[in-house]
Design a protein around this ligand. Structure first.
Ligand code: ADP
Ligand code: SF4
Ligand code: MG
Length: 381
């Protein structure tokens, strides 16, 4: 189905006419300055070599713990912040080197929905002005026409058209997020980056907003990059999911494949951390210890090694895992992960990694991270 470009250095697959977005080896390093002279003493590598293609009409989920670079990647793709290196192609056009003044035509086609529905809306602007601002910026000077478009859009996201004269503080969290969605939708974009659009909402409201996003995608033929730290939410809405850790994609696959058969130990950990409503469903928990290391000073080799249960069980934390970053490989149906290079494969589906194939093929059950495939039903947000 979808074309996948692996995170660097995996080679790209052939071009695809249906591709809307191509991100190639994007990095975003924030300089860290210290001292009286504010000298640059290092860099926070928020995004560190990410490559991915997104097809028209597709939803690609970005998931990972807080601080792994999801928002930075989303903003960099839209050039709301400038990438340090790498290339972005949007709708067949090179987008990275355009001067700021030439970005305007793209801005209408690439929109963002923000996590914080309160902070992202100007409290001094009416809903009509907030939603209509994009139309004005993009040249719709006719006030009546603009108001008509705003009212239509408000109606479409489930808000009353007469709300145009009200202010953000008069609305609930869910309604404010609908205003944010209307603001993104009003210019009829092709791509929307939704940065944790439901994370700040009550659980009961989350599914309403998710369902709205699904409906809008169908109706307006939208393409989404959907950012969240909750893998259940991401798997629910996404066609494909990219799992990020410390600025890099560590696994990328169709949502179903990722959910049913995660390959990377980190993905497995995220999945087993999802609470399950059915107590009969038994999860061998792949426990993650400690916090995400600082992207200012990430661990050598595989960035995940300091927390990797697989490396701990195998005693490779300070061995091969510290020496080399595991290269990603693209497997069947575009499933991308650090795959074992040789056979035999482990005798049961278990988190796997190329390191394993070089030092051991499989482990006795007492040592493996997951002693079998945990049974999972369809994810629910
Ligand atoms: N403007 C900035 N200046 C310096 N560091 C930043 C800036 N924005 C984000 N970062 C750092 O980049 C890393 C990734 O941040 P972010 O993209 O917000 O992660 P996520 O969205 O996954 O929580 C974090 O360590 C964060 O502190
Ligand atoms: S390279 Fe080592 S630390 Fe990284 S995922 Fe594989 S086993 Fe874990
Ligand atoms: Mg974020």
């Amino acid at each position: 189905m979808s074309e996948v470009i692996a995170a660097s250095p995996v080679p790209q697959v052939a071009a695809d006419d249906n591709r809307l977005l191509r991100v190639q080896d994007i990095t975003k390093y924030f300089p860290v300055r210290r001292g009286f002279l504010q000298r640059v003493v290092g860099y926070v590598k928020a995004v560190d070599g990410v490559s991915v293609d997104v097809e028209r009409g597709e939803t690609v989920g970005l998931v990972g713990e807080s601080g792994c670079g999801k928002s930075t990647l989303g903003r960099t793709i839209l050039r709301l912040i400038e990438p340090t290196s790498g290339r972005i192609e949007f709708d067949g056009k090179e987008f990275t080197d355009l001067p700021s003044r030439s970005l305007k035509p793209f801005r209408a086609q690439m929109q963002m929905i923000f996590q914080d529905p309160i902070g992202s809306l100007n409290p001094r602007m009416s809903v009509g002005d907030i939603v209509g601002e994009g139309l004005l910026v993009h040249g719709l000077k006719n006030r009546a026409e603009r108001e008509k478009r705003v009212r239509e859009t408000l109606d479409r996201v489930g808000l009353r058209p007469e709300y145009t004269n009200r202010y953000p503080h008069e609305f609930s969290g869910g309604q404010r997020q609908r205003i944010g969605i209307a603001r993104a939708l009003v210019t009829r974009p092709k791509l929307i980056v939704a940065d944790e659009p439901v994370s700040a909402l009550d659980v009961s409201i989350q599914s309403q907003v998710l369902n709205l996003l699904v409906e809008l995608k169908r109706e307006f033929n939208l393409t989404y990059i959907f950012v969240a730290h909750n893998l259940a939410v991401v798997a629910y809405i996404s066609d494909r999911v990219a799992v990020m850790y410390l600025g890099k994609i560590v696994e990328l696959a169709d949502a179903k494949a990722l959910y049913e058969s995660p390959k990377h130990p980190y993905t497995e950990s995220l999945l087993t951390a999802i609470p399950h409503a059915d107590p009969e469903v038994h999860h061998e928990r792949t426990k993650l210890e400690g916090d995400v290391p600082s992207p200012f000073n990430p661990p050598s080799g595989c960035h995940f090694r300091t927390r990797c249960p697989l490396a701990r069980a195998k005693g490779t934390v300070n061995g091969i895992c510290a020496e080399q970053e595991p290269p990603l490989e693209q497997k069947a149906q575009g499933h991308l992960f650090p795959a074992p290079r040789s056979t035999p494969a482990p005798p049961w589906p278990a988190p796997t990694c190329w390191v394993g194939s070089r030092t051991w093929f499989w482990s006795p059950p007492s040592m493996v991270v997951s002693a079998g495939p945990p049974s999972r039903s369809a994810p629910a947000p």
